[in-house]
Design a protein around this ligand. Structure first.
Ligand code: NFS
Ligand code: SF4
Length: 666
C-alpha cells in the first residue's frame, strides 16, 4: 500500500534503476529520508529566529493568516518581517561567500601561475587576458618611442592577479566589474547605494546587520542583500569565471555525454565531485599520463575514466569534453552502481551520506580541500596545494586506480546516457548568434524584435529532494521552448536538460515553437544553451548586458524580454544568485517554495516592492507550469512595453495554421 502512495522520485530512468537497487540492498539514500522526514513548518515560513540564545523564537502564521494588526514578535520584539529578512540575508551571505571563496582560490592560483610560482598552471587565453585587464583598468599596451606595442602578457597577468585578489579586501570605492553592467543599471545601483565596495566587506556586513539587535528594517536588510549578492554575481563569481577561462581556456561548444551510463565497467572510474576546477583540471592531466595509464593496465583495467558530478562536471565538460555522471541528486546513486573506484570531492553540495553509501561498496572517498573534510573512517584526505598540483593529482588518481581490483563482481552500470553540446559563453553566443559582420549581439536582438525568438529564459539551479528529481526543471524548460523562448542554463538544470536530450541541435525540431526551431536549425545550435557551472551564471549577466548594448531592446537589463527561474533550488548559493539577478533587473521565479511566507509584508516587498526600485523582483510557485507561464507573461509584458509585441503576432502560428501554410492553403 505504501508503494502505491509513494510519489515519483525522479524522472530520470538511470536514477530510478539505482534507487531501486538501493532499496533492494537496504541502503539509505536522500530519496528515502525525504519520505520519512517532513520539513519544519515554521522554518519553511522563514519565521524561526535563532540568532540569540533567548530563542529560538518561533512565529508561525496564525491559522487563516494574519487578521488585523500583526502582533507576533520574538522575545526581543523582532517582527516576522525582521526575522524572515534576517534569515534570507544570511542565506545570501552564505551563498555569496561560497561562490566568492571559490573565486578567491582561483585568483590566488592565477597570481601564483602569473608569477611563475607554480609550473602546473599557465595562461591559455591571452586574448581574454587582455580584454579582462582592460576592464580592470590595466594598460595593455606600452609606448616605445613613436610605437605603441602590446604589453608582455606575463606582466599584465601579474597585475590582473593582484588587482583581482584585491577585490576581496577592498574597503571603499566600487568593485571593478560593476561598470561592466549597462550604464543605466550601474547608475541605478549608485543612486540606491548598492554598488559593492569589496567582496568580503559586503558579506561581513550582512552577518553584522543580522546579529541580534542590529538592522530592524527589512527594506534596509534587503538593500544589503542586493549589495552582497552583486558582489557575488559581478564580483566573486564573475572573477572566478574570467580567471578560469584565462588559465584553463575559454570554453567553445563541445560534445559530451551525460548520465550514470558514462561509467565504464572495465575501466577505473573516478568521479570528480564538487565545484572548483583548480584540482580537477590537474586530475584530467594526471589521468592522461602514460604512468597512470600503465598503472591502470597493470591492475587489469582498460583505462581511466574520469566523470564529473555537480558543477565540477560542468567545468571539465566545458573545457575537455569529459563525461558527466550526473547532477546533485545522483551522487549517492553513482556510488550505488558499485563501479566507482574513487569519488574525489572538494567543496559545496557534497552530501555527508556519500561516505556512508561508500562503506557499502569498495568506493574510496577522497577529500581534497582544507575547508571541507569528512570524519568518516573510510574517507581519506589528500590535500590540494597549487605549488605541487600535478603531483597531488597523480596521487589521487593512483588511489583510484589501486582500488580498482577491489571492485565487486556485482557492479551494475545503468545502460543510459545521452549526448549533449555544452560550452556556450558570452563570447561564443556572440559568435553563433551575432553574425560575423557586426560581431555583436545584433542578430540575436533582431530575431527577438522580429519575434522568432520571443524572449530569453535563464533556467538554472539545483535539484531538491522535495520535488521529483529533474521533473520541474524539464517542465519549465520545455514550456519555454514550446513558446519560442530560448533557454540559457547552468548548474544542475543544465545537467537535467542534458540527460533529457535538450542540449542537442536536434532537440529544436522536437521541442520548440516554429520561430525558435528556425533559428536553431539555421545556426545549428541547441535551443538550450549550456553556459557552465553556477559561478558561470556571471556569463548570463554578461549575455544580458550584451543584448542591451547591441541596441533596440531598451537601455537596461530590466527592459529586456528576459526572465529567470530556479525550479528545484535548494542551496543558499541559489538565493544569492536569485538576489543578484533581481538586483540586475531580472524577474526571477523560484520553485519549491521560499522561506518568506510567514512574513507577508516582507514577502510583498520581495515580490512587488523591489520591482519598483530595481526593475527586477522575486516570485515563487511550486507548480512548474505556472513558473513557465509567469515567465512568459513577464516576457510578453516587456515586449509590449518595447512596442515589439505586434511584430511577434505576425510570426506566431498555431500548429494548424502552420500545417495549412505548409500545405499551401493559407
Ligand atoms: Ni549550483 Fe553546483 Fe547543483 Fe545547486 Fe549544487 S551543484 S553550484 S548549488 S546543487 S546547481
Ligand atoms: Fe528571539 Fe530576538 Fe533572540 Fe531572535 S534575536 S532568538 S527573536 S530574542
Amino acid at each position: 500500500m505504501a508503494d502505491a502512495e509513494e510519489k515519483v522520485k525522479s524522472v530520470d530512468p538511470a536514477s530510478l534503476q539505482m534507487i531501486e537497487k538501493a532499496k533492494e540492498q537496504e541502503i539509505s539514500t536522500i530519496f528515502d529520508r525525504a519520505d520519512k522526514m517532513k520539513a519544519c513548518n515554521i522554518g519553511l515560513q522563514g519565521t524561526c529566529c535563532k540568532v540569540c540564545s533567548q530563542g529560538p523564537c518561533r512565529l508561525p502564521l496564525p491559522k487563516g493568516g494574519v487578521q488585523g494588526e500583526d502582533t507576533r514578535m520574538g522575545l526581543c520584539g523582532a517582527t516576522p518581517n525582521t526575522i524572515a529578512a534576517r534569515n534570507f540575508a544570511r542565506m545570501v551571505a552564505a551563498g555569496a561567500a561560497a561562490h566568492s571563496d571559490h573565486g578567491r582560490a582561483v585568483a590566488e592560483v592565477f597570481l601564483a601561475a602569473a608569477r611563475g610560482e607554480t609550473k602546473d598552471y599557465g595562461i591559455k587565453d591571452t586574448k581574454k587576458l587582455m580584454e579582462v585587464a582592460e576592464d580592470f583598468d590595466i594598460p595593455v599596451t606600452v609606448t616605445e618611442g613613436e610605437e605603441e606595442k602590446p604589453r608582455d602578457p606575463k606582466e599584465v597577468a601579474i597585475e590582473l592577479g593582484e588587482k583581482a585578489l584585491a577585490e576581496w579586501g577592498k574597503q571603499e570605492g566600487e568593485l571593478l566589474f560593476a561598470k561592466r553592467a549597462p550604464k543605466q543599471r550601474h547608475e541605478l545601483w549608485k543612486k540606491m547605494g548598492v554598488v559593492p565596495r569589496g567582496i568580503d566587506r559586503e558579506i561581513v556586513e550582512i552577518m553584522h546587520r543580522t546579529h541580534m539587535g542590529v538592522d530592524q528594517d527589512y527594506r534596509n536588510i534587503i538593500k544589503q542583500c542586493s549589495r552582497s549578492a552583486l558582489a557575488d554575481g559581478w564580483g566573486g563569481s564573475m572573477i572566478a569565471t574570467e580567471l578560469q577561462d584565462i588559465m584553463f581556456g575559454s570554453p567553445v561548444p563541445i560534445h559530451g555525454t551525460i548520465n550514470l551510463g558514462v561509467l565504464e565497467e572495465d575501466q577505473v572510474n573516478i568521479i570528480i565531485h564538487g565545484h572548483e576546477p583548480l584540482l580537477s583540471e590537474m586530475i584530467v592531466v594526471a589521468a592522461r599520463t602514460p604512468e597512470m595509464l600503465e598503472l591502470a593496465e597493470s591492475k587489469g583495467a582498460k583505462g581511466i575514466n574520469l566523470a564529473g558530478m555537480c558543477c565540477t562536471a560542468n567545468e571539465i565538460l566545458m573545457r575537455h569534453g569529459m563525461p558527466i555522471a550526473g547532477n546533485y541528486l545522483q551522487q549517492e546513486l553513482a556510488i550505488i552502481t558499485g563501479a566507482v573506484d574513487a569519488m574525489v570531492v572538494d567543496v559545496q553540495c557534497i552530501m555527508e551520506n556519500v561516505a556512508n553509501v561508500a562503506k557499502c561498496f569498495h568506493t574510496k572517498v577522497i577529500t581534497t580541500n582544507p575547508r571541507a573534510r569528512m570524519e568518516e573512517a573510510n574517507t581519506v584526505h589528500i590535500e590540494f596545494e597549487e605549488h605541487k598540483a600535478l603531483e597531488i593529482a597523480k596521487e589521487i588518481v593512483k588511489a583510484g586506480v589501486e582500488n580498482f581490483p577491489n571492485r565487486r563482481a556485482d557492479a551494475l552500470v545503468p545502460d543510459i546516457k545521452a549526448p549533449m553540446v555544452a560550452g556556450f559563453t558570452y563570447e561564443s553566443i556572440e559568435y553563433h548568434l551575432g553574425g560575423s559582420f557586426r560581431g555583436t549581439y545584433f542578430t540575436l536582438n533582431d530575431n527577438i524584435i522580429n519575434g522568432r525568438i520571443r524572449g530569453i529564459g535563464g533556467v538554472v539551479g539545483c535539484n531538491n529532494a522535495r520535488t521529483a528529481h529533474d521533473s520541474d526543471h524539464l517542465i519549465v524548460v520545455k514550456e519555454l521552448l514550446k513558446n519560442d523562448v530560448i533557454v540559457l542554463t547552468t548548474g544542475c538544470n543544465a545537467m537535467a536538460c542534458g540527460k533529457a536530450g535538450l542540449l542537442t541541435p536536434e532537440a529544436a525540431k522536437e521541442f520548440c515553437g516554429p520561430g525558435l526551431t528556425e533559428i536553431c536549425e539555421t545556426v545549428g545550435i541547441p535551443p538550450v544553451l549550456h553556459m557552465g557551472s553556477c559561478v558561470d551564471n556571471s556569463r548570463i549577466l554578461m549575455a544580458a548586458t550584451g543584448v542591451v548594448k547591441a541596441g533596440g531592446l531598451g537601455n537596461d537589463i530590466s527592459d529586456l524580454p528576459v526572465a529567470g527561474a530556479a525550479p528545484e533550488w535548494m542551496s543558499e548559493k541559489a538565493i544569492s544568485i536569485g538576489q543578484y539577478f533581481v538586483a540586475s533587473g531580472v524577474y526571477t521565479v523560484f520553485g519549491v517554495g521560499l522561506p518568506v511566507t510567514g512574513a507577508p509584508v516582507f514577502q510583498d516587498h520581495l515580490f512587488n516592492g523591489l520591482g519598483q526600485e530595481l526593475g527586477g523582483k522575486w516570485d515563487v510557485s511550486e507548480d512548474p507550469y505556472e513558473i513557465a507561464r509567469k515567465m512568459i507573461e513577464h516576457i510578453d509584458a516587456k515586449r509590449q512595453a518595447l512596442g515589439i509585441d505586434k511584430a511577434r503576432e505576425r510570426v506566431l502560428f498555431d500548429m494548424e495554421a502552420r500545417r495549412q501554410l505548409e500545405a499551401g492553403v493559407a
